[in-house]
Design a protein around this ligand. Structure first.
Ligand code: C2O
Ligand code: CU
Ligand code: CU
Length: 503
């Protein structure tokens, strides 16, 4: 054999080997791609009655404050009978009670940490002094106690609470530390809306999970840049839940308490529902919609009309979130879930029609804006920087409104949450936002390649040393450092130095 033909054969063999590896790799990729899609549509046996978190007990202290107690503890929960899973909860084994307070009321919470790790409790969506916010600077060590207090000075809304320890929020929330915080006010009480908790007004706190070998599996999996994505969904901690309802109109307070999953909520038969509220409270008027998309941390209040004797399922459909095909698949955008079955009684209590007008918006106006700031979201960073607990990223003046322009130039889905405030979404990519973003918001999805323009008012109180957070609420991203800090100061005041408590 000549050297030339030997060389040719070597090259051919090499070529074949390379080809085999490539085909194998793309086969593996194709397999990973295909198996990344999850659908439970039509496959869920709704066998368990939906748990309704109890309303938290409270007492009125001598100074008039309404006092709640929240104990963070570890325990175990049987999501399926006979299979106990290690979980964390507030005042119980998993999740927490629903706190409820009225506008104008002074609230105090005695938080105790009986966990083996330090944690915090953050009041997501609440207008609170920064030192009471429960962010990463208000750590509560194991065995320690923390007693924040504030006065409720915001409209009726569906808020929630969860831990916020820097670098560990994803695991603390995923183990079960989350609960709802409902606010009431005279304006919402006066409206003909379903409002009996657990009857025609249902808490629906949604989290995706994965169980493996009798434990939670928090693994992220290949190409999961979004973070943890589960293959089953819990509502208020119940797997495969149904709820019997006896009213024509049922209000669902949807809270996306999941680490990374974006839901596209709708009803199984494609019927309309009325969106009546967003993160920070009621809309100006109900919006008839078929879908509402919620990224982690976002809330929506919807009213569903049911017919006697029927069953209809709350479902999450594929996303239309502006993600490319690959990112969409690996961010859960092709996934579908049957979430909660509503079973209507044979005879239903009639409900009055929904009011045409709900409340007058209190979110900031563009004309009030005194300046602009830009925020560039990229994987693990904001404006090129990872979170630093000792760095103040923005100093804002109490009582002013600013325009915050948030851009996602990264290929990954992100959202943007600002503590303490309820902002207006002024524009999405230069256009008027869709109806589902026209109410008060504290968290907003920012699709890859898109820009959202927010009008944010900072009401304080001023505290140059205690920062509030802004961050991506995909919890793994937040843990990686997609978070920054701002302080609210009085006019002319300089930012100070963040101090930590609890260390
Ligand atoms: Cu829901 Cu900074 O948090
Ligand atoms: Cu928050
Ligand atoms: Cu993110």
């Amino acid at each position: 054999m000549s050297d030339g033909s030997r060389m040719r054969r070597v090259l051919v063999r090499l070529g074949v080997a390379v080809l085999v590896v490539l085909v194998g790799l793309s086969g593996a990729t194709a397999w990973v791609y295909t198996s990344a899609e999850v659908s439970t549509v039509g496959k869920v046996d709704f066998v368990r009655p939906l748990a309704i978190p109890p309303l938290a007990q409270s007492t009125v202290a001598a100074d008039g404050a309404r006092e709640f107690e929240l104990d963070m503890r570890s325990g175990s929960t049987e999501f399926r009978p006979g299979q106990a899973i290690d979980t964390w909860g507030f005042n119980g084994n998993h999740l927490g009670p629903t706190l409820r307070a009225r506008r104008g009321e002074q609230v105090r919470v005695r938080v105790r940490n009986a966990l083996p790790e330090a944690s915090t409790v953050h009041w997501h969506g609440m207008h609170v002094p920064a030192a009471m916010d429960g962010g990463p600077h208000q750590m509560v060590e194991p065995g320690a106690e923390w007693k924040p207090e504030w006065t409720v000075e915001q409209p009726a809304a569906t808020l929630w609470y969860h831990p916020h320890p820097h670098g560990a929020t994803e695991t603390h929330v995923s183990r079960g530390l989350a609960g709802m915080f409902l606010l009431d006010d005279d304006a919402s009480d006066a409206l003909a809306l379903p409002h009996t908790y657990g009857v025609d007004d249902l808490p629906v706190l949604v989290q995706d999970v994965r169980f493996r070998n009798g434990r939670f599996d928090f693994g992220h999996g290949a190409f999961r840049d979004a973070g943890f994505l589960g293959d089953e969904v819990l509502v208020n901690g119940t797997l495969a839940p149904y709820r019997e309802v006896s009213d024509e109109l049922v209000r669902l307070r949807l809270v996306n308490a999941s680490p990374a999953r974006i839901y596209n909520f709708g009803l199984s038969d494609g019927r309309d529902f009325a969106l009546i509220g967003t993160d920070g409270g009621l809309l100006e008027r109900p919006a008839q919609l078929k879908h509402v998309q919620l990224s982690p941390g976002e809330r929506a209040e919807i009213v569903v009309r049911v017919k006697p004797g029927e069953r209809v399922t709350l479902r999450s459909d594929r996303l239309d979130a502006g993600l490319d095909m690959f990112t969409n698949r690996f961010s859960g955008g092709d996934d579908r879930f049957d979430i909660l079955e509503l079973r209507a009684a044979a005879t239903l209590r009639p409900a009055p029609p929904l009011p045409d007008h709900l409340v007058t918006p209190q979110t900031p106006k563009a004309a009030d804006s005194v300046g602009e700031r830009s925020f560039e979201l990229e994987f693990g960073k904001i404006n090129g920087k990872a979170m630093d607990m000792s760095r103040i990223d923005a100093t804002v003046t109490r009582g002013t409104t600013e325009t915050w322009i948030v851009h996602n130039g990264d290929g990954t889905p992100h959202n943007f949450h600002i503590h303490d405030t309820q902002f207006a979404v002024a524009e999405v990519n230069g256009n008027q936002p869709p109806e589902s973003l026209r109410g008060p918001k504290d968290t907003v999805f920012v699709a890859p390649g898109s820009t959202v323009t927010l009008l944010v008012r900072f009401d304080g109180p001023a505290d140059p040393n205690a920062p509030y957070m802004f961050h991506c609420h995909l919890l793994w991203h937040e843990d990686l450092g997609m978070m920054g800090q701002f302080v609210v100061v009085d006019p002319g005041q300089q930012p100070g130095t963040p101090h930590h408590s609890g260390h």
